[in-house]
Design a protein around this ligand. Structure first.
Ligand code: SF4
Length: 396
């Protein structure tokens, strides 16, 4: 774990690990921060990059399947055979067993999920290993195992069901499967929580506190007092045994650095700037942003809603900037703006650029598999158990 030295922190409080290794330098293979890219990348200034990617793709033909997450850059997404959110992409890869090489243009936990769900002969490649996810990194397996011991000491582990967001490492998905829980996405979080509460009295929700809180309060009718936040950097999560016994939702203290930056001020500001604007946000946003927005939903919901909106309508969208810009370009007859005045991309998603994609594809043409993402068998087994549980949710 990378720590920040020389901080004057209160006793017992651990510093937060750096969310991203600076410019992908250094090694931390056990973390979503990834490791340094080992290859000789073509320079970004090479005018032939688009042509080189096209030629390599053509040579690889049906042996290659390229997945592109909605938050990827345009220069990369143009080479995707299919676009979607992380779960849709993993399932698409599993549905193409004839393609031995899956190049995943997204982040590390997504490539892990694709490896878990695809056949043994399929190899999943992440063009830049430094493309991690700061949210997934906020829940390390050692911290989560320790939290489970805290729940055991408080006498509540037996009645607690873990529910983990898709945006988590394979280790956390494996933990969830081992402890009888389920994975969820932003589209099915309500159904996942209903299932979990039919099975137990409490939910340990990992790693995004905002999705957990927004779903519990706005969709299941709980109160904010039913929720407590477990802070892995504090002894016993910063909670007493009585607080854990009284809580129904035990929220892990994690968040998305992109969606977590939108504030209530952003919502007020855009309403003043654009009359009749509809504010549409992702449920990874803070509770006060979601409660003051007009519409809330997953990435797929956001895309469908904006696509179906009438010409002349105005939208302020609270999600990753690459996607908002793409939507604005696709619908010049509508006003579509980013919810925050300050622009901000997901820095790790943006690690996947054309030079990395060209390098990964040309390496495959030369018979070299680079940056393969492989989840160990035991972790993959339990993670699959948790993913299968999600697929078996009522109405799934
Ligand atoms: S947008 Fe948020 S959740 Fe998605 S990869 Fe970036 S930091 Fe992680």
């Amino acid at each position: 774990m990378t720590t920040i030295p020389d901080l004057d922190l209160p006793e017992g409080v651990q510093p937060t690990p750096l969310a991203l290794l600076m410019l992908g330098r250094g090694k931390d293979p056990h973390s979503e921060r990834g490791v340094e890219c080992p290859g000789d990348l073509p320079p970004a200034s090479d005018p032939d990059l688009v042509e080189r990617a096209r030629a390599a793709k053509e040579k690889l033909g049906g042996n290659l399947f390229v997945l592109g997450h909605h938050y990827q850059r345009d220069e990369v997404i143009q080479f995707a055979d299919v676009t979607g959110d992380s779960f849709k992409l993993a399932r698409e890869a599993a549905a193409r067993p004839e393609a031995p090489y899956i190049v995943f243009c997204g982040v590390h936990f997504m490539a892990e999920s694709a490896d878990i769900l695809t056949a043994a002969h399929q190899q999943v490649i992440l063009p830049d290993l430094a493309a991690g996810c700061s949210m997934a990194d906020m829940a390390a397996i050692e911290q989560v195992e320790e939290a489970w011991e805290v729940l055991q000491d408080a006498g509540v582990a037996d009645v607690t069901v873990p529910v983990s967001y898709m945006n988590s490492s394979a280790d956390i998905k494996g933990f969830t499967g081992r402890h009888g829980g389920t994975i969820c996405t932003s589209s099915n979080a309500k159904r996942a929580l209903e299932w979990a509460f039919a099975k137990g009295e409490k939910v340990l929700f990992l790693p995004d506190q905002h999705l957990g809180r927004n779903t519990a309060v706005l969709q299941l009718g709980m109160s904010l007092d039913d929720c407590v936040v477990y802070d892995p950097h504090k002894p016993a999560g910063g909670l007493t045994a009585d607080q854990l016994r009284a809580a129904r939702m035990i929220l892990w203290r994690g968040h998305c650095s992109v969606h977590g930056r939108f504030t209530l001020e952003c919502v007020k500001d855009v309403r003043e700037r654009i009359p009749d604007v509809t504010v549409l946000v992702h449920p990874e946003c803070r509770h006060e942003v979601v409660t003051n927005a007009d519409l809330v939903g997953s990435t797929e919901y956001i895309i469908k809603t904006v696509d179906a909106a009438p010409a002349g309508s105005a939208w302020a969208v609270g999600t990753e900037l690459n996607l908002v810009k793409r939507l604005a370009k696709r619908h010049p007859d509508k006003t579509i703006v980013f919810l925050d005045r300050t622009v901000c991309f997901c820095s790790t998603m943006n690690r996947i650029d054309l030079p990395h994609l060209v390098w990964a594809l040309e390496s495959l043409v030369d018979g070299r598999v680079v940056n393969r993402i492989q989840v160990d068998e035991d972790t993959a087994h339990w993670a699959r158990v948790a993913l299968d549980q999600m697929l078996a949710l009522p109405g799934a």
